[in-house]
Design a protein around this ligand. Structure first.
Ligand SMILES: Nc1nc2c(c(=O)[nH]1)N[C@H]1C(S)=C(S)[C@@H](COP(=O)(O)OP(=O)(O)OC[C@H]3O[C@@H](n4cnc5c(N)ncnc54)[C@H](O)[C@@H]3O)O[C@H]1N2
Ligand code: MOO
Ligand SMILES: [Mg+2]
Length: 409
């Protein structure tokens, strides 16, 4: 059986990210539809930030040399020659003995080099007394201090979130080149499966994986293609999988990958010409994980148990989708170190993932195991969990207060 490390290396090597070389991998979106999308090209602006020298305060634009010696006892009085609100282009050059009334964000007038905030002044009709000596160039936001035109503003391959979208707006880029959304086909296999609105007959199980996987795929910014419940019949499964590989970048099936008489997924993949790279992994839950490739499609046959389907998604599928989608960095799973609040157990044979909660206590991470059964068939105690703790192969327990590696979900 493959180790988790070997399995992830194989999977990540199989993933070919979307590329700007292929026209259909690129899409243009507007700023309101950019959230969560991956930027395809780096962005360079021809604007400096700030665009011009401007005031950081409501106050007076002055010449530092005029006011450097002033104090409460020895105020300097200046003639106000212009009023400069934000958005107005100053017309007058400030001469010695002069000042301009100015407001936050307004353009600095020629001749002035320093702002005195209003609170340190006394207004005397068309004159102003400066009561405190400022520092040279105080409260002046200098042109190009934050960003110089022509440099890289945003790099290709980053996820666009609020800050990046604001930057694109400020740089006057209303149309943005992003990678297209990946299509992820999702199907559930099993004669025992029914939909949530069908009445349950003895022995039947509600197909919950389809809904969990759809939610996860959406969270990743990809587009789920729901193919429903497929009977454990080779012909039905063959048709469904064939449809899936022809219409999606990634296929996620759940169930039918173990050694049971009705577990047909692997043989159907092979009969359709898929190349199987992984048949099982030393991971608990999730041992029968199957990974295959077709010429244009990556196939994950996730195990049917609900815990196994979710854990294998988080551990292997999520980073694969993120890499595939064009995300340049940060798609590899990263583990945090936390103090375990409980004794954690494993049989030592497979890398074991235990679900629970990562908490912060006095600035330190702690892992609290989810109460109840950690069986891969138990979906119930996965509610409100946010992390998986890992017990490596060869280790049978992690004691309370010991350090444990944790994957944040
Ligand atoms: N003899 C062996 N038996 C099993 C082994 C093994 O190594 N030798 N491995 C076990 C492990 S570990 C897992 S995990 C499961 C995986 O089984 P399959 O992927 O073949 O899945 P099924 O047999 O179809 O179903 C297993 C279980 O999950 C329920 N299920 C299936 N699909 C869904 C769904 N969409 N939503 C909710 N629940 C689902 C299904 O009803 C079964 O209870 O195999 C073990 N057996
Ligand atoms: O791997 Mo199975 O997922 O242990 O139940
Ligand atoms: Mg089975």
């Amino acid at each position: 059986m493959l180790s988790v490390r070997d399995a992830e290396n194989i999977i990540f090597d199989l993933v070919q990210p979307l590329t700007t070389q292929i026209d259909k991998d690129i899409e243009i979106v507007d700023l309101f539809n950019a959230n969560g999308r991956i930027l395809a090209d780096s962005v360079v602006s021809n604007l400096d930030f700030p665009h011009w020298d401007n005031s950081a305060m409501d106050g007076y634009a002055v010449r530092y040399a005029d006011v450097q010696e002033c104090s409460q006892d020895k105020p300097v009085t200046l003639q106000i020659v212009e009023d400069i609100p934000a958005g107005y282009q100053p017309q007058i050059t400030i001469q010695p003995g002069q000042a301009a009334r100015i407001f936050t964000g307004a353009v600095m007038p020629q001749g002035a080099d320093t702002i005195v905030m209003q609170e340190n002044t006394r207004r005397e009709e068309d004159r102003v007394a400066i009561l405190t000596a400022p520092k040279p160039e105080e409260f002046v936001r200098k042109r190009a201090n934050y960003y110089q035109a022509g440099n890289s503003l945003l790099a290709a391959g980053i996820e666009l979130k609020a800050a990046e979208i604001a930057i694109l707006a400020a740089a006057q880029c209303p149309q943005i080149k992003v990678y297209r959304k990946l299509k992820v086909a999702i199907l559930s296999s099993g004669d025992e499966l029914v939909t949530p609105n069908q009445s349950l007959q003895p022995g039947q199980i509600v197909d919950s994986n389809q809904y969990a996987l759809a939610a996860l795929v959406q969270q990743m910014g990809a587009e789920p293609l729901m193919l429903g419940i497929i009977k454990d019949e080779p012909e039905a499964l063959r048709e469904a999988i064939s449809n899936a590989i022809n219409n999606a970048d990634i296929v996620l099936s759940s169930g039918g990958v173990s050694v049971g008489d009705y577990d047909y997924v692997e043989q159907i993949i092979e009969s359709l010409g898929g190349e199987i790279h992984i048949r099982s992994v030393a991971v608990k839950p999730g041992k029968p994980l199957t990974v295959a490739t077709f010429p244009h499609t990556l196939y994950f046959g996730l195990p049917g148990n609900p815990g196994s389907a979710l854990v294998t998604f988080w551990r292997f599928v999520k980073p694969a989708i993120q890499k595939f989608s064009g995300l340049a960095e940060g798609w590899k799973p990263e583990f945090l170190q936390a103090e375990s609040l409980h004794d954690l157990r494993s049989n030592g044979k497979r890398e074991t993932y235990i679900w629970g909660n990562l908490k912060v206590n006095n600035g330190a991470y702690q892992f609290q195991v989810a109460g109840g059964s950690q069986s891969s068939s138990n979906l119930i105690n996965l509610a409100q969990t946010n992390a998986l703790a890992v017990i490596p192969v060869g280790q049978k327990s992690i004691s309370r207060r010991e350090k444990v590696q944790v994957l944040l979900l």
